[in-house]
Design a protein around this ligand. Structure first.
Ligand SMILES: C[S@@+](CC[C@H](N)C(=O)[O-])C[C@H]1O[C@@H](n2cnc3c(N)ncnc32)[C@H](O)[C@@H]1O
Length: 145
């Protein structure tokens, strides 16, 4: 059910990709809306799977930090790694969604890439989350193994 809803949102957006789509929809709706619900769901799911503050988390296709706003304050400094192909989404998330001072305190790492350049991060993750529109799970499994 949740998967079907996510795919429907993704299909609706296909006509409005990239910076034009972000400008048209806003950074929250662009990633699918349900900002508080989905962000919390991602966070609670990973914590239920054992994610603890000392773990390093890779958020693949992190977008405008719908999950990041929960993970960044929870994890120890330097332990949140976010990658997305849209620089603007990451910028908007950092500027408009993270509380002032949190970045200086928690020092999340961000990479802008559409080709899964995980090696650009300074760390390797213990956990990885992917809530994108494309199937990346095989890549994730091989890189975190
Ligand atoms: C449905 S949104 C989800 C964003 C975020 N995970 C969340 O839950 O809010 C899909 C995201 O995948 C990103 N994306 C799509 N293809 C990508 C790729 N090849 N590499 C990195 N990010 C990608 C988009 O820019 C967008 O931010």
């Amino acid at each position: 059910m949740r998967t079907r809803v996510a795919h429907a949102l993704c299909r609706r957006r296909l006509s409005e990709q990239g910076p034009a789509g972000i400008a048209a929809l806003g950074h929250r709706a662009y990633v699918g809306g349900l900002w508080d619900e989905i962000g919390k769901l991602q966070f609670e799911f990973l914590v239920s799977q054992g994610l603890a503050p000392h773990h390093v988390l890779l958020d693949i296709a992190c977008g405008s930090l719908r999950g990041g706003v929960h993970f960044i304050p929870y994890l120890e400094p330097g332990n949140y790694l976010g990658i997305d192909k849209e620089a603007e989404l990451i910028q908007l998330g950092r500027r408009e969604e993270l509380p002032a001072g949190l970045e200086d305190e928690r020092r999340p790492e961000f990479v802008v890439s559409g080709s899964f350049e995980f090696d650009l991060f300074t760390k390797r993750p213990d956990y990885a989350l992917a809530h994108p529109c494309s199937p990346t799970s095989r890549l994730i499994r091989s890189w975190t193994a």
